[in-house]
Write a protein that binds this ligand. Structure first.
Ligand SMILES: [Zn+2]
Ligand SMILES: [Zn+2]
Length: 362
């Protein structure tokens, strides 16, 4: 009898629990529908006929938002793939140099040449690795979200935050970047290049080009021999090359073709950036300054870039060279020193010899 009563009570409890759960779910559903209704209502009210602050640009931006999202997310993965590709290609070249070329250099070259190759090759490799690592891991620098001590700065329309001089909004990072040069998304870095990592980016390009030129020049003789040997592979009777010899020939040809192509392409990019640094401009400022120069020219005025301190001083400011010994410690050796200034205001750096007052601020 008692067990029946207990069973009846348990069934009743279960029934009540189910009822309560059902009520909770119903309430949750009603709450979700209500939230959706409010959200839809808010969206409708934000459209141009109801909202005087909205214009055609905002509507177009909103319509294209899914496309932007897709492009951003896909290209972000492209960046990661490219970084992995750069690391694996560079590693393959270094491996070929150590496995194939270095034993040959040690056997055939004079001690003086051996010392030169060992010293230069390793110095160049350390400089490439250091600057690449620093360029991809150092943040380019972002302005603060509140105005604080910043005076006379404009406001970014996308961040709705202060935008100091030389700062630009990066649509890929979706935030403002101090002294923005460009967003290196396709290859090499997968990072924005700005105030704090511009020097690392340029030094990486320079040392990579130097390394590729070094490999192309020192491997030229070997490339010619290996290429001539590969051409005989298909003769009859076929030559008696071992697997090791064939692998050696192909590796040397791969090394030379890759290094000389990178030397040409990256060399051109490095020269372009070197010309910009000489003029005291970033890639973005080049376009802005060009337009400004043409606009003022029409009015019979002369445009002067306020961040151009003269070619030599521009390089000193860019590389952070304050005293002569810095050419060795900060340029020829890996150095993690910070650039001049905070990137928020642009006072005359202390290493600039000629005192120039800016005529026109951008
Ligand atoms: Zn912004
Ligand atoms: Zn960016």
């Amino acid at each position: 009898m008692r067990s029946r009563q207990r069973m009846f009570a348990a069934v009743m409890r279960l029934l009540l629990k189910c009822l309560r759960l059902g009520r909770r779910r119903r309430f949750k559903l009603v709450w979700q529908v209500e939230q959706l209704w409010h959200y839809g209502h808010l969206c409708l009210r934000s459209l141009p006929p109801y909202n005087s602050f909205t214009n055609g640009d905002v509507v177009l931006d909103s319509l294209f938002e899914p496309v932007y999202w897709l492009v951003d997310h896909v290209t972000r993965w492209f960046g990661v793939v490219f970084v992995a590709l750069v690391i694996s290609l560079t590693s393959s070249i270094v491996a070929i140099v150590y496995i194939c070329l270095l034993p040959l250099i040690l056997q055939t070259y004079t001690p003086a040449w051996i010392c030169w190759h060992l010293a230069y090759g390793h110095w160049n490799l350390i400089m490439i690795i250091f600057h690449y690592y620093m360029a991809i891991t150092t943040s380019p620098g972002h302005p603060p979200q509140t105005k604080g001590d910043l005076t006379g700065v404009s406001v970014c329309r996308k961040c709705i935050a202060p935008k100091p001089a030389r700062t630009h909004h990066c649509s890929i990072c979706n935030r403002c970047v101090l002294k923005m040069d460009h967003h290196c998304r396709a290859a090499w870095l997968n990072n924005c290049v700005g105030h704090y990592n511009h020097r690392y980016f340029f030094s990486f390009c320079l040392f990579m080009t130097m390394g590729c030129i070094y490999c192309s020049i020192s491997g030229w003789e070997m490339f010619r021999d290996a290429y001539a040997a590969i051409e005989t592979y298909y003769q009859t009777p076929p030559p008696t090359f071992s697997f090791r010899q064939r692998a050696f020939h192909k590796s040397v040809v791969y090394l030379w073709v890759l290094c000389s192509s990178v030397a040409l392409a990256l060399g051109a990019l490095t020269l372009w950036h070197a010309a910009l640094i000489t003029r005291g401009e970033t890639s973005i400022e080049r376009h802005i300054n060009k337009k400004e120069r043409q606009r003022l020219q029409k009015k019979g005025k002369v445009f002067r870039n306020p961040y151009n301190y003269g070619s030599w001083d521009n390089w000193k400011v860019f590389l952070g060279v304050d005293v002569p010994r810095h050419w060795v410690t900060r340029v020829l050796l890996p150095s993690p020193h910070l650039p001049h200034g905070t990137g928020l205001s642009w006072d005359l750096p202390p290493c600039v010899t000629k005192q120039r007052t800016p005529l026109l601020a951008i």
